[in-house]
Design a protein. Structure first.
Length: 852
């Protein structure tokens, strides 16, 4: 059946005590029978115990062990061995006949059978038509060892398998799932009351029903969220695989991570691994406060050291799945003994970091089960892991966070896993909540506020769908079950009030007045965000933030009618305050791993004095600065009379007027207020401390927009401006990314009915190489793409080229054209061309990547 067996494999180990010179100690090494199993994906399609002799030996490493077995078979250095073995250190056990039943049932009683045929390109129904992989085999090294890199063929049909949101709203059978209620608050049941209750206890239904649907979705988008209605406190999770650098709540000291996993694992010491897990958990306990629980670890990481070049070898345990599984099981259990939650990652078969978003991982089932999945499985069954983090990669063409075979059938079905399944950081659009929730994911890391995470769940069509409601209910059940049986409940009682509190446990105090970041108020470009809050007790807090780094300078403020405002930090140093024309500017700098950052915040003296006097001070009133607000059309393609200008005082607000402008095929998007587009009727606070020249923001009316797929993630969700847009005015635009775009024109020839001919032209007026394929207008061209942390190929870190394939259904084009222009075309042909679009510099297109 094409089964592979290793020449030698680790099957057991134990630690001795400290042995003095000349002394000895007897140690018993237990070998689980399950370590003799082999997965047969072709014949029995389950784990089997093959017939034949099984050699067991002890040795100091695999080389010594295999030499012992070779010696037991009569081999010596004369046969090519590098050293003689010791046959006396071997034991032979014979299994007279193959057993297809002994390992065919999982710990949950589920019958084990093939789950991952679609991850094997030789079996995947769509892949195998154009691909065949020769797997490396010990039985034929010369004939199977690859001579060159293998390049798989991905057809359009294969790429279509990667389309997100496979489930359409209200397309399922409501009778197939139980009905649930949301927002039913007539029960006083709280989360702490469920501690120790069985997962299937009917009171979970009562508890979860207290949440509104929106509250339930907020927990899925961020499982750290506080939910006062059920007594769930705010929790925090954090990296990494060797422990969290947590600030301890009482001492203020910082907990440091432990040495890397590979070093710990090399000790072959389960007790050491358990103690490491316990100490990391102890740090979580000491990092927790009354109102915020330091709960989760984005670790441990237990993929395999398959090559020396794998991107996370510093986090993964071992090349040996048995050793890795034992180590992570002990560390997971140790962490959980202290009430922590582990999100062991990256589940599963994450074998590269460069270009990892959406990369398909292909393997046969024996390899997956015996190497890649085994450490995770051991942590689930032996360590009883309460959390796992999926990867950015795909298993075959399934995103790992939406693979039912991996998450539901293998993890929950075979292993009995009942933890939280969390995605990796939400960085790519195919990690959508619809597919993920229905197929076994429960929470999204950093998923709040994105169109493909909580926003899609809050759409009317999905939020009213019983299938989605049940999936949301089930995900929240899992999250709350884990939290109820964790340190998140420490110190809580049934009547504990969960509220928004400051770090010290006191109610957060409101600011008397605040200075606004100049980037927000004026549209100025800065490399950090700055804000300043002033309090009526004479204190202030100046905050500067860049990416993941935040510094806060706190201290005392003092104001004098003649001297103005002075700030003194808690350490006694003076904080620089500049004043010009009655405006205070507070500047700050920050150092980060991505370079320095600087920024400023502004506040008028008038606003400060007014707020301070309202809070009880009696400072001399100062004159309020005033500024002029003017309006302009913002486009030469529209006409109309400009709204009247107005004079506005600093800190006051004004209302944006309706647009008086019109233009054919022009869409008014709103008013551009210092780089922010706002709508008529919106209130604008005059905190830019300058005259405002407000312009209309316009876009061309789109006739039709292509569905665009990239060749990197196989995603159909692209940034605005990337998909090909055909505008009603006869122009077009595509591939707008990284400060460039491509433009051109299109025209339709015909009599107004019947047949029409479409010509798509580049910027030079040349017909491009578009074609009609499968009833779709299709055009492909390379364009800029971004994936953070990837190689700098000359366009900036993480920026590279991918192929964008733009498709517009012919019928969609004809329907849109006929509706706009009053024609009745029925068929379409395309002018054949060979040209491409040139990239043109476009200042309106933002640069890709993170600006450092």
């Amino acid at each position: 059946n094409g089964l592979e067996q290793s020449a030698i494999q680790l099957a057991g180990y134990e630690k001795s005590g400290a042995i003095a010179a000349g002394a000895s100690e007897d140690v018993t090494v237990h070998v689980p029978m399950s370590e003799l199993e082999t997965y047969d994906s072709e014949g029995a399609k389950t784990y089997i115990l093959e017939a034949g002799d099984y050699y067991l030996t002890i040795g100091n490493g695999s080389h010594e062990a295999v030499n012992n077995i070779l010696a037991a078979k009569g081999k010596t250095v004369a046969d090519g061995m590098t050293a003689d073995g010791d046959a006396d250190l071997t034991f032979v056990w014979n299994n007279p006949e193959q057993d297809n039943e002994v390992f065919a049932t999982s710990v949950t009683g589920v019958k084990i059978t093939n789950l991952f045929d679609d991850v094997d390109p030789n079996k995947n129904e769509t892949m195998k038509e154009h691909n065949h992989i020769t797997w490396l085999s010990r039985s034929n090294w010369e004939g199977t060892y690859p001579k060159e890199a293998i390049h798989l063929v991905y057809t359009d049909e294969v790429a279509d398998m990667a389309k997100p949101v496979q489930y359409k709203a209200n397309s399922g059978d409501p009778s197939s799932v139980p009905a649930h209620e949301f927002g039913k608050t007539d029960s006083d049941l709280m989360l702490v009351d469920m501690r120790g209750k069985d997962y299937d206890d009917p009171e979970w239904e009562t508890l979860i029903s207290k949440l509104t649907y929106e509250e339930a979705v907020s927990l899925i988008a961020d499982d750290q969220t506080a939910l006062p209605v059920i007594g769930k406190p705010q929790t925090t999770n954090g990296d990494g695989s060797n422990g969290r650098s947590t600030t301890l709540a009482i001492s203020g000291l910082t907990a440091i991570p432990f040495p890397m996993t590979a070093w710990r694992t090399a000790a072959f010491d389960r007790n050491l691994s358990s103690r490491v897990g316990q100490m990391i958990g102890e740090n979580l306990l000491h990092g927790s406060s009354a109102d915020t629980k330091t709960l989760g670890l984005y670790g441990f990481s237990c993929n395999n050291h398959r090559t020396p070049y794998s991107g996370r070898n510093h986090e993964y345990y071992s090349e040996d799945p048995f050793l890795a599984g034992n180590a992570i099981s002990a560390e997971v259990k140790g962490l959980m003994d202290k009430g922590g939650v582990t999100y062991m990652k990256h589940f599963a078969a994450n074998d590269q970091e460069t270009y990892r978003h959406g990369v398909p991982s292909w393997a046969n089932e024996q390899t997956l089960r015996e190497i890649y999945l085994k450490p995770f499985a051991k942590a689930m069954t032996e360590g009883h892991a309460n959390g796992v983090m999926t990867g950015f990669n795909r298993l075959g063409m399934w995103w790992t966070g939406a693979s039912p075979s991996l998450l539901k059938e293998f993890s929950e079905g075979e292993q009995g896993y009942r933890g939280i399944t969390l995605t990796d950081a939400y960085e790519t659009d195919f990690m959508n909540t619809i597919d993920g929730l229905l197929n076994g994911s429960h929470a999204w890391l950093g998923g709040t506020g994105y169109i493909n995470t909580d926003e899609v769940l809050l759409q009317d069509d999905y939020s009213s769908d019983p299938i989605i409601q049940d999936a949301v209910f089930g995900a929240v059940h899992r999250i709350l079950y884990v939290n109820a049986n964790s340190l998140a409940m420490n110190g809580l009682a049934h009547d504990t009030q969960i509220g928004v509190q400051s770090e010290g446990g006191e109610e957060a105090k409101p600011a008397m007045v605040s200075a606004v970041d100049i980037a927000k108020s004026t549209g100025a470009e800065t490399t950090a965000n700055v804000g300043a809050d002033f309090y009526d007790d004479g204190t202030f807090a100046l905050t500067i933030n860049k990416l993941f780094w935040t510094n806060v300078v706190s201290g005392k403020w003092a104001y004098d009618d003649s001297k103005g405002l002075e700030l003194t930090a808690d350490d006694g140093s003076e904080v620089k305050v500049e004043e010009k024309d009655g405006i205070y500017t507070f500047s700050a700098d920050i150092e980060t791993a991505f370079g320095p950052g600087s920024g400023s915040a502004m506040l008028s003296r008038y606003e400060f004095v007014k707020a301070a006097n309202a809070a009880g001070s009696s400072f001399k009133e100062v004159e309020q600065p005033t500024y002029t607000v003017t309006y302009a059309a913002g486009s030469d393609d529209v006409s109309g009379t400009d709204p009247e200008s107005v004079t506005v005082g600093a800190g006051d607000s004004f209302t944006l007027p309706e647009s008086p402008y019109e233009g054919q095929f022009m869409i008014f998007d709103g008013w551009d207020v210092n780089g922010t587009v706002m709508q008529p009727g919106d209130e604008v606070v005059m905190n830019g401390y300058m005259d405002y020249a407000i312009k209309g923001s316009w876009s061309n009316q789109i006739l039709v927009t292509a569905t665009t797929q990239d060749s990197y993630k196989y995603s159909f969700i692209q940034e605005s401006g990337v998909p090909l847009n055909l505008y009603c005015n006869g122009t077009l635009r595509l591939n707008a990314a990284n400060k460039v775009s491509s433009t051109g024109a299109w025209e339709l020839d015909g009599s107004g009915s019947g047949a029409a001919t479409l010509t798509i032209k580049n910027e030079k007026g040349e017909p491009v190489a578009a074609k009609v394929e499968k009833d779709q207008i299709t055009y492909a061209q390379d364009g800029f793409y971004y994936d953070w942390g990837q190689l700098d190929l000359g366009w900036g870190s993480g920026v590279f080229y991918a192929t964008y394939t733009h498709r517009i259904p012919v019928q969609d084009f004809l329907t849109a054209y006929n509706e706009v222009f009053g024609t009745s075309y029925e068929t379409l042909s395309l002018t054949a061309g060979a040209a491409a679009f040139a990239e043109q510099e476009d200042a309106s297109v933002p640069a890709l990547g993170i600006g450092f």
